[in-house]
Design a protein around this ligand. Structure first.
Ligand code: F1P
Length: 307
């Protein structure tokens, strides 16, 4: 069977992230400046990347940062800048929110993959990551490359993350995980957005039963789903006692981005964004095992354009 477009695009992430990191200084003038009060908007995958970036930016001391689904933007709040993330550049909710914000005098920066789309006219500044555009309906490399660019803009050195992605692409996916019935994804801080994206990817590409929560919320109900044949997948550091809690109810814990000494299940802690690449591969593997075409996910289109 020839490799799916999703597989090919997923495999190019190390090069895409490196390119984004190299591009960050040249694009810095368009991206949020330190101290600005910023809101980040998007839909679907782009919204979850917005959440991750918002948590990283604010916790890194770069300025207050909120993330919203574009359809839920709280007009009336004061922001110095709005950052819109949209691969397609055509998503109606993003374009509508951008238009309304600009009319109110709020500067809008967009990050997109396609410079031939309406977002070019709906934003004041646009960062184009056309090298990370995708034929796939489900997003993999555009989303992670946008976040890589934003991490680099926050001053992070992505050398280790790029190397970890190569590891994540080469690692065998354990048969017990590929064959699992249900997946609960967890994260804290910026990795909560990654958990949300992991769960969405598995639903979109593989029609899988997934859930996602802030890691400390796991004990407040979601643990009741976990059991034999089900996976709890944590991004980033594991809260104390969580590994024992998962084991206690018979679930399988996957924590490839936690340090082994802290309950991590890999030989070394992967960068959490690299661990998301393992989930992208898992989604493709499960889809193919079910006889689905990962390039043609059920009920989905590349972008949602409303009339
Ligand atoms: C956002 C998005 C995708 C989703 C689906 C519909 O698109 O919600 O994340 O997988 O295909 O569109 P975009 O605004 O980033 O192009």
């Amino acid at each position: 069977m020839p490799a799916s477009r999703t597989t090919i695009e997923t495999a190019s992430q190390p090069e895409c992230w490196q390119r984004a990191a190299d591009l960050a200084p040249a694009e810095a003038g368009k991206l949020p400046r330190d101290g600005e009060r910023v809101a980040v908007i998007g839909c679907g995958t782009s919204w979850f990347m917005a959440q991750s970036y918002a948590a990283l930016r604010e916790s890194g001391g770069h300025g207050e940062t909120d993330a919203f689904a574009a359809s839920e933007f709280p007009f009336g709040r004061a922001y110095d800048r709005v950052l819109a993330i949209t691969r397609s550049g055509t998503t109606t909710e993003v374009l509508r929110a951008s238009e309304r914000l600009r009319t109110a005098g709020v500067p809008v920066t967009a990050i997109t993959a396609d410079p031939r789309t309406p977002v070019m006219e709906h934003a004041d500044e646009v960062v184009v990551l056309d090298f990370a555009d995708e034929e796939s309906v489900v997003q993999t490399r555009f989303a992670t490359t946008a976040l890589a660019l934003l991490r680099a803009h926050l001053g992070q050195d992505l050398t280790a993350a790029v190397a970890d992605t190569r590891t994540a692409l080469a690692q065998e996916l354990p048969a017990e995980i590929v064959g699992a019935e249900q997946f609960t994804f967890l994260g804290t801080g910026w990795t909560y957005g990654l958990a949300q994206e992991a769960a969405l990817k598995m639903r979109e590409a593989a029609g899988a039963w997934t859930e996602s929560y802030p890691a400390m919320e796991y004990r407040h109900g979601p643990i009741s789903i976990t059991g034999p044949g089900r996976v709890t997948w944590a991004f980033g550091p594991l809260p104390e006692g969580l590994a024992a809690d998962v084991a206690g109810v018979g679930g399988r814990l996957e924590a490839g981005s936690a340090a082994p000494a802290d309950g991590g299940t890999g030989t070394a802690a992967l960068d959490p964004l690299a661990d998301l690449v393992r989930v992208q591969r898992l989604a493709v593997a499960i889809a193919e095992n079910k006889g689905y075409d990962p390039d043609r996910p059920r009920n989905l289109t590349r972008s949602v354009v409303l009339s």
